[in-house]
Design a protein around this ligand. Sequence first.
Ligand code: SF4
Ligand code: SF4
Length: 272
Amino acid sequence: MTDNRSLQNLKEAILKDYDRLGLKDSFSFNCYPGVSCFNQCCSDVNIFLTPYDVLRLKRRLNLFSWDFLAQYTLTPLEKNLQYPVLLLKMRDNPQKSCPFVEAGGCSVYSDRPWACRMYPIGLASPKDESQLTENDFYFLLKEEVCKGFAEANKSWSVKEWMINQGVPQYDEFGRLFKELTLHPFLQGGKALNPAKMEMFHMVCYNLDKFRGFLFNTSFFQRFEVEEALIKRLQVDDEELLKFGFKWLKFSLYGENTIIIKPEAQKKVLYEK
Ligand code: SF4
Ligand code: SF4
């Protein structure tokens, strides 16, 4: 397993030495069930899960988000983390294999995480990134274990690969998540306090708990939310996650993405 130091070294090497690719640049690669290295990339890997990855996987496995988190994830506790991140927990076997890899391949293939879809393409942001994505670039991850480059008989542009792997379905949620993680508040070097870290974790990764937070409290008495949306939030996980991102912009960063009801404002003033 890659430790934090080597992750940092890898990041620095990528920014300094790796060829930067754009969407139209091409590469040769082939991955198929008969390839000699089949499944070998699905062990002992750091796979960071995005909020939308969690949504897709917990739904695929028919689990509540808290059960998915307990069974399949690790939350690294680092004092330098600016916001909570989530890792897919590898099996406790000598190969440290992914919990979803089987002899026939990935058992959650159509809901596999964003990082698995992108491989062997990586996405990087220069260290001094201050805008959301304008300086991002793609690069190729050439791992020794992977024979996909050597066996290649097919050329792809970066864009073609991403379309072939179903990456665009993840784009909207990726963009909304980046608006939180690359927010000027964090870019300014500040970190979230523990209560805000907890709120971030709940909304982004523990979606069913967030639903309880909305529906089992006085939330809808305090904030303006259309009736039709309230109904959708009860049953629609995608809608709930999008609403959650808006709530985080409001509750973490003080943006006007959620409106407080006038009567709730009066109550706050009265209580003061
Ligand atoms: S989720 Fe699927 S593709 Fe990703 S590492 Fe696990 S088995 Fe491999
Ligand atoms: S190691 Fe490379 S070629 Fe082999 S299965 Fe994984 S991605 Fe495909």
